[in-house]
Design a protein around this ligand. Structure first.
Ligand code: HEC
Length: 151
């Protein structure tokens, strides 16, 4: 049961051509995830004001294989990001998270989201979102503006 989201995530990665990042390698795939790397990320810096309309497109292109922006998720493997801003991490009762996300112990703010979307393991080590990160700060700002509008 808990394997399902992980398998789905792996399948999505293969589909997305991101094989390098896939499987067990995701958590160890390189220097960017080493502790020292956090200095290079924008962790803590407030994202510049984004465009929610563009952000919807960024969501469709980068997140919709594994997430929905609908209030109610269509199935147990698809985590809804509706209302995620201001929500405690790992607290959507309809989804089975990894222990790392369940125990993350913080609330999603635009700043946290910005850092997580840029480099997921830098914010929640050992989480199972196998996503390589969105390097473009402008795209992240647009995406966060869109996610913030979902309430
Ligand atoms: C390959 C599948 C996949 C992709 C693509 C993906 N995610 Fe995720 N995401 C996950 C999984 C799986 C989790 C749960 C992680 C865990 O439990 O450790 C997650 C968790 C999250 C969370 C934490 C939510 C909560 O309820 O605490 C946020 C925020 C998030 N993802 C945002 C995004 C955004 C924004 C994008 C697009 C830029 C994205 N994700 C792309 C699979 C994915």
């Amino acid at each position: 049961m808990t394997l399902r989201p992980i398998l789905l995530a792996a399948a999505a990665i293969v589909a997305g051509g991101l094989l390098v990042q896939g499987q067990a390698g995701a958590q160890t795939s390189g220097a960017q995830t080493s502790p020292g790397a956090s200095a290079q990320t924008t962790t803590g810096a407030p994202p510049v004001a984004g465009d929610p309309v563009k952000g919807k497109g960024v969501f469709s292109d980068n997140c919709a294989t594994c997430h929905t922006d609908a209030k109610v998720s269509p199935d147990s493997a698809t985590l809804s990001l509706y209302g995620v801003v201001g929500r405690k991490a790992g607290s959507n009762a309809d989804f089975t998270y990894s222990p790392a996300m369940t125990n993350a112990g913080f609330t999603w703010t635009p700043e946290k989201l910005n850092a997580y979307i840029e480099n997921p393991p830098s914010v929640v080590p050992n989480n199972v979102m196998y996503f390589p990160g969105l390097p473009d700060a402008g795209q992240r700002a647009d995406l966060i503006a869109y996610l913030s509008s979902l309430k």
